[in-house]
Ligand binder design. Structure first.
Ligand code: PLP
Length: 409
């Protein structure tokens, strides 16, 4: 008899986006003439930068002639891309990372989900609340949690991100082995200071723990004082793996390209306490189960680092950040406390009300879709996430509608 992995039965169905979709379609049916503006989903809306498109086309042309055609590429990604990443994203910021420590992939979602395969089933895990759900659900699937009770899985340490701690969790009280951190954060939009990040690196060193640092939104950081990479912190190479993505940086959500950094001296331990290099384990995993990203996509990603590419990416990010600034200004004007939107495309609004009730108010009175914070975890109750990924015109209209709906009550 074929048996299932019963850990899958512990998973809570992700009702969040299907619930949102149901409420939106009910509203649309009741108000057929009303245009809905979506500031809920974390997906980009603008075209790929021209430099990427040109490189993409050129690479497709290469694939069309026998003399320039490429078959399977290196599982870790092509050196032309790995070297550019190491130079521009790390060494330029004083982080000592080499090209062969970069593993190119088709998404930070897959990498943050797959990485837990490298670790034992009985490690103690700490992850943020509210959280990007991939970290949580992949550990549930792997059997590292108990059942779901009272809004949380048993056996995990939840790192609470609250108004009181400025949405930057403090060190856990009970020892943990694996720590997920995400900055700039989805969904709160919060960033972490160098000093605070150092406390996590020091903790990991003292406990022989490992930090999984998700920096998918790094490109939105506006202030040089805020670390873009965990490797800007001394000692982090030994205790941290970092995830990055071209998705939000350069509009690759549909094109798919990301990468994971595994420094060669980053270690984990077997049951006898002997150290093993995670670089070798991840390399083994990727060469066994993955064949990297298509050649044209890697050429398109490489173009992000060209002179034109840099300028175009900057203007793409500026475009969304102008939206974020408008959202911040309007939310502040309405008297709500909020976080984010300064170094991230998300604004996390403290509604002082049930998340779903506030979501419904915005949908029904303004025709604007947001994301209820409670969908990201218990600590998200009372918040909504507003995304800056849309056109200026839509964001302006949405905020004007929200303003008049909430003021008019
Ligand atoms: N990490 C975080 C925090 C995200 O919010 C997302 C996407 O929304 C991802 C990773 C996934 O990125 P990718 O498109 O590279 O899979």
């Amino acid at each position: 008899m074929i048996k299932i992995n019963e850990n899958y039965l512990k998973l809570q169905s992700s009702y969040l986006f299907s619930d949102i979709a149901k409420r939106v379609s009910a509203f649309q049916n009741a108000n057929p003439g009303k245009t809905i503006i979506r500031l809920g989903i974390g997906d980009v809306t603008r075209a790929l930068p021209e430099a990427c498109v040109t490189a993409f086309h050129k690479a497709v042309d290469e694939m069309s002639a026998d003399s320039t055609f490429r078959g399977y590429g290196p599982e870790q990604g092509y050196d032309f891309l790995r070297e550019k990443i190491a130079e521009h994203d790390f060494r330029a910021f004083g982080a000592d990372i080499s090209g062969d420590e970069i593993f190119v992939s088709d998404g930070a979602k897959c990498d943050t989900g797959n990485i837990q395969e490298l670790f034992s089933g009985d490690i103690a895990i700490a992850l943020p609340d509210p959280v990007y759900p991939v970290y949580l659900d992949t550990n549930v699937m792997a059997g590292r949690t108990g059942l779901f009770a009272d809004g949380r899985y048993q056996g995990l340490t939840y790192l609470e991100s609250t108004r009181e701690n400025g949405f930057v969790p403090t060190l856990p009280q009970t020892p943990v082995d694996l720590i997920y951190l995400c900055f700039p954060n989805n969904p709160t939009g919060a960033v972490i200071s160098r000093e605070a990040l150092k406390t996590w690196v020091d903790y990991a060193k003292a406990h022989r723990a490992l930090i999984l640092f998700d920096a998918a939104y790094e490109a939105f950081i506006r202030d040089e004082k805020i670390p873009r990479s965990i490797y800007e912190i001394e000692g982090a190479r030994e205790v941290a793996i970092e995830f990055r993505s071209f998705s939000k940086t350069a509009g690759f959500t549909g094109t798919r390209c990301a990468y994971t950094v595994v420094p060669k001296n980053c270690m984990a331990y077997d049951s006898t306490g002997k150290a093993h290099a995670l670089h070798a384990l991840w390399n083994r995993r990727q060469t066994t189960k993955f064949n990297s990203v298509s050649y044209p996509v890697q050429r398109a990603a490489e173009a992000v680092y060209s002179e034109e590419g840099k300028v175009q990416v900057r203007s793409l990010i500026d475009y969304y950040m102008k939206n974020a600034a408008l959202i911040r200004e309007k939310i502040a004007g309405l008297g709500y406390a909020f976080a984010g939107g300064e170094h991230s495309p998300y604004i996390w609004v403290d509604t002082q009300q049930d998340s779903w009730e506030f979501f419904d108010r915005l949908l029904n009175q303004a025709g604007v879709v947001t994301t209820p914070g409670v969908g990201f975890g218990k600590c998200g109750q009372g918040f909504i996430r507003i995304s800056a990924f849309n056109t200026h015109e839509n964001v302006e209209n949405a905020m004007a509608r929200i303003e008049s709906a909430l003021k008019g009550e």
